[in-house]
Design a protein. Structure first.
Length: 169
């Protein structure tokens, strides 16, 4: 699978145009971001899916699922991962994201706790409530709709896992 990675600066300087089905990884400063950073030992603690060539993204935050653009993304840095997908696969990926937005998915606090417990205890138990997602699970599920295959349950995929799969494989 081919991919390219671009920085926020590359997008602002128009070196790359986002495509539906791309995603970003970044880091935030909230409490949940800190927990993810500590337990995954990665600087990446947030992910969002690009759904348009204008840079519209859909993401899950602690306040729930929402849509905004890369241009209004807060300071700091993020990296855009340009995943090689067919137009049909990109459309499937975006259709999933839009369906989740319409369902008003909630943030999966219990899923975060489940991931932390899995890391600490090496258990195989996943605790999840229906109608909840975490940011990286959302991106992984959307990419699954586009044909990407994961080696573990998407409930347990972290932003660091997204990074590892596409950047450091």
């Amino acid at each position: 699978m081919n991919y390219e990675i671009y920085s926020k600066d590359d997008i602002e300087k128009k070196k790359i145009s986002p495509k539906p089905g791309n995603f970003i990884v970044t880091h935030g400063g909230g409490f949940d971001d800190l927990l993810i950073h500590i337990f995954t030992n990665s600087r990446w603690n947030h992910a969002a899916l690009v759904i348009s060539s204008e840079g519209t993204i859909i993401e899950l935050e602690t306040t729930g699922i929402r849509k905004r653009t890369l241009n209004e993304y807060p300071g700091g840095d993020f990296y855009l991962v340009d995943v090689e997908l067919s137009e049909e696969d990109r459309a499937q990926t975006v259709a999933y994201a839009q369906a989740m937005l319409k369902r008003h998915e909630k943030y999966g606090f219990l899923t975060i706790i489940s991931i932390i417990l899995k890391i600490i205890t090496h258990s195989r138990l996943i605790i999840k409530l229906d109608g909840t997602l975490i940011c990286s699970e959302f991106v992984a599920n959307a990419l699954s709709e586009g044909g990407i295959i994961w080696d573990k349950d998407t409930s347990l995929i972290t932003p660091a896992d997204l990074y590892q799969k596409f950047i450091n494989h």
